[in-house]
Design a protein around this ligand. Structure first.
Ligand code: GLN
Length: 538
């Protein structure tokens, strides 16, 4: 394979225009023409990674197979192109500076003054080219976080300017911008886009393609005007109207020929026709479901739904697989107490207790588990949700009063969830949890085995605490089954209650691996169990 081609995606006018979705959609189109594509996100903040960021601030932290804690856009990339990403796919300013400063301390700059240009920009360029140099990808799409004009983004923009020069025809720049509709005059306005392209030009970058977010169709006249003022070809002005679902965007972009314009700019052949049959089938099932269920998602970050992005998307994939619309009832765990839980949870066809950290809202999670267990409502606990299920069972079935996780109560008489010895030695916060893909061996007579239909699986983790095996015998003899074990460490990765119609807790995060082409079997079967429960209760 020859050297890779690079596509840079910048954003202008405002943030939150959906660069990640445009990048993922373009990748999907190029992939469906037969190209091997990957997508990378450059984040201009100083944290080394988003692992230590509050979900309220940054939404979910996505985890890759190799254990990188990354931006949630990487989740979109994987869900669209069905290929795993890695640490190399998410780079932050913190990581760039850390690397450069480490090298400086080792004396690797041989006494020279270390500066933003060239040292920081060189490191940015190196990180951009890493994926292209693996030989695995023909096209690398790099999304530059933030908005053009942000102080933080300047070194990235400068790196792109230099790369444009170095790579010549082997790269192109897509600028995503907003074309607002002014209700008072009934017009779409091009001026903000003109200004944002001027800003890019001041930094020495001429975009090749404009992708224009707009609430209304962009007329021929506006297209001409944008092309004229922004120095792009008319066909390279791409309209991106608001879509009913992010999963419709690849089709909209295909209609607008974004992939064709990009390939022609990169001097690459169109190869075959775009094959989106499977994707269209998924969209059809999403639009015209035959069934409907309501599933409760219990967590403490429910005010910002992006905190549970991958779970919500996994429900969309699993819903389509079942031709079922999954309505999520977002329930704040702090609102739940044993006495009131029923009033919040009534009518649900399935209950998911979400991942999380810390004490706040935890008793509400326990009350939820109890309700699901006693009422026979399909239950799915993920990470902290699985730990809550174990604690609830220990307290109310085994009779271990005050059982808890040492994360929540360090003095609990029954630490059924505890930190492993190797975690206890760790004093720093970033990147120190059990992270990334771990193997799990399933017991052949379990629900887990029936769902996955295989003996060994690999799933991604992000946690410090574990089921304490000192209590396993007691839990098992009371009816909790450890149905998935880590073959290397013997740690319990999956628990279930065989007596219950559908009760499962997983220490890992299956949501990270659910994609449009590969909906996660645990979510698919959980939704199916909710449908069955709905059928019985109506
Ligand atoms: N707080 C728990 C732990 O660290 C669970 C983490 C999670 O839900 N991701 O083990």
């Amino acid at each position: 394979m020859g050297s890779a081609k690079y596509i840079f995606v910048t954003g202008g006018v405002t943030s939150s225009l959906g660069k990640g979705i445009i990048a993922a959609s373009l990748a999907k189109l190029l992939q469906s023409r037969g190209y091997s594509v990957t997508i990378q996100k450059l984040d201009p903040y100083i944290n080394i990674d988003p692992g230590t960021l509050n979900p309220y601030e940054h939404g979910e932290c996505f985890v890759t197979n190799d254990g990188a804690e990354t931006d949630l856009d990487l989740g979109h990339y994987e869900r669209f192109i069905n290929r795993p990403t890695s640490q190399a796919n998410n780079v932050t300013t913190g990581r760039i500076y850390q690397h450069v400063i480490d090298r400086e301390r080792k004396g690797e700059y041989l006494g020279r003054t270390v500066q933003v240009i060239p040292h920081i920009t060189d490191e940015i360029k190196r990180r951009i080219k890493i994926l292209g140099s693996t030989g695995e990808f023909e096209i690398v799409i790099t999304e530059i976080g933030g908005t053009v004009g942000d102080i933080e983004a300047l070194p990235y923009i400068e790196a792109v300017r230099q790369l444009r020069w170095e790579l010549d025809g082997d790269c192109c720049v897509i600028h995503l911008t907003l074309v607002p509709f002014l209700a008072a005059t009934g017009e779409l306005k091009t001026k903000p886009t003109q200004h944002s392209v001027k800003l890019l030009l001041e930094s020495g970058i001429q975009p090749d393609i404009l992708v224009c977010r707009a609430e209304r169709p962009i007329s021929e006249e506006i297209r001409k005007k944008l092309a004229l003022f922004c120095n792009v070809r008319k066909e390279a002005v791409i309209e991106a109207q608001d879509a009913e679902t992010i999963y419709a965007v690849p089709l909209l972009m295909s209609k607008q020929k974004l992939d064709q314009v990009v390939l022609s700019r990169l001097e690459l052949p169109l190869k075959g026709e775009v094959d989106l049959e499977g994707w269209k089938d998924f969209l059809y099932k999403l639009r015209f479901p035959k069934h409907e269920v309501e599933i409760g998602l219990i967590g403490k970050y429910v005010e910002l739904k992006d905190s549970y992005k991958s779970i919500a998307e996994a429900f969309i994939h699993a819903g389509a697989a079942n031709e079922c619309k999954v309505n999520i009832r977002w329930i704040h765990s702090e609102k739940l107490e044993v006495e009131t839980a029923a009033s919040h949870l009534q009518g649900l066809h399935g209950i998911l207790v979400a991942p999380g950290f810390g004490e706040r809202g935890f008793e509400g999670k326990l009350a939820t588990v109890r309700y699901a267990r006693e009422q026979g409502v399909p239950f799915f606990g993920i990470c902290l949700g699985m730990q809550a299920a174990v604690i609830e069972f220990a307290r109310n079935v085994v009779g271990l009063n005050g059982a808890n996780s040492t994360e929540i109560d360090s003095k609990t008489p029954h630490p059924v969830i505890d930190m492993m010895a190797d975690q206890k030695k760790i004093t720093t916060m970033g990147g120190t949890m059990r992270l990334g893909a771990n193997e799990c061996v399933l017991s052949e007579t379990s629900l887990a085995h029936a769902v996955y239909r295989r003996k060994e699986v690999s799933e991604r983790h992000r946690h410090r605490y574990e089921l304490n095996n000192a209590y396993l015998e007691q839990l098992e003899s009371a009816g909790l089954k450890a149905s998935g074990l880590n073959p290397q460490t013997g740690l319990v990765e999956i628990i279930e209650i065989p007596e219950h119609p559908w009760f499962m807790g997983v220490q890992f995060h299956p949501e990270y691996k659910s994609t449009v082409s590969n909906p996660h079997p645990l979510f698919v079967r959980f939704v199916a169990a909710a449908m069955e429960f709905a059928g019985k209760t109506h």
